[in-house]
Write a protein that binds this ligand. Structure first.
Ligand SMILES: Nc1nc2c(ncn2[C@@H]2O[C@H](COP(=O)(O)OP(=O)(O)OP(=O)(O)O)[C@@H](O)[C@H]2O)c(=O)[nH]1
Ligand SMILES: C=C(OP(=O)(O)O)C(=O)O
Length: 215
């Protein structure tokens, strides 16, 4: 199955507020953009992906992500993450009614295309499926097969809420790069330890984060 991946992205000036102790106000928008660029570049290289729609109102991010090959959908509802995702999925299905649609966060700078392909191949076995984040509380990916509504319930405790909504939890080993979202400084260190894309590596170097000791 080939997927259309919907990536939501908050306006860069407001994005990644929980990284404020790690990245100063002047550096955070660039870091959030770098995460999104590395995420979208990896998604576009994934064998299980047909195309990518980014839902954002940020003009700079829209330009940069379109340059990578993503389609940009305006965040017309302007009513938070889940409204943005439902809107993005609806726009995709207007063009391609039978599309398999997966929502994926824009803060996955370690994302590796083969790991994403394994997750999407696993999701294809179910009407709706999701992947919990590295912390085990949230969600990084929610998938809906052809003819199924996405019904996104991202946000606090989204793992439990997606499970309660009837979506099947994907249980796969060795897909850490798809689970490792970056909300905090510790998450960023974990992502750097996994390995990040080139834009995040450059942006993180500007933060002067010390190298992780190898044990
Ligand atoms: N289009 C759109 N995307 C959103 C919105 N809110 C969050 N997102 C995106 O949803 C994904 C998950 O959000 P979070 O991990 O909470 O990211 P964030 O909101 O930048 O982080 P914090 O400011 O620390 O809460 C990220 O890709 C965000 O950019 C929104 O209102 N509209
Ligand atoms: C929106 C979510 O992500 P975060 O915990 O990164 O805000 C989520 O896990 O549903």
């Amino acid at each position: 199955m080939q997927w259309t991946v919907v990536v939501p992205l908050k306006a860069l000036a407001r994005a990644k507020s929980r990284l404020s102790d790690t990245a100063a106000d002047g550096l955070r928008p660039g870091l959030a953009l770098a995460f999104a660029q590395d995420t979208v570049a990896a998604v576009l290289s994934c064998a299980a992906v047909r195309d990518v729609a980014v839902v954002t109102d940020d003009p700079l991010a829209a330009r940069e992500l379109a340059a990578l090959g993503a389609r940009v959908v305006a965040d017309e509802p302007a009513d938070g993450l889940n409204a943005a995702l439902s809107h993005g999925a609806a726009v995709v299905r207007q063009r391609m009614p039978g599309a398999a649609v997966a929502a994926l966060n824009a803060d996955l700078p370690s994302l590796r295309p083969p790991e994403l392909a394994r997750v999407l191949d696993a999701a294809a076995e179910f009407p709706r499926a999701f992947l919990p984040d590295a912390a085990g509380i949230g969600t990084t990916l929610l998938a809906a097969g052809p003819g199924r509504e996405l019904l996104p319930a991202f946000g606090t405790d989204s793992r439990a809420r997606h499970r309660a909504s009837g979506a099947v939890e994907i249980a796969l080993d060795e897909v850490d790069s798809v689970r490792q979202d970056v909300d905090t400084g510790d998450d960023l260190r974990a992502a750097l330890a996994l390995g990040v894309g080139p834009r995040t590596a450059a942006a993180a170097a500007r933060l002067l984060i010390p190298e992780q000791p190898v044990d």
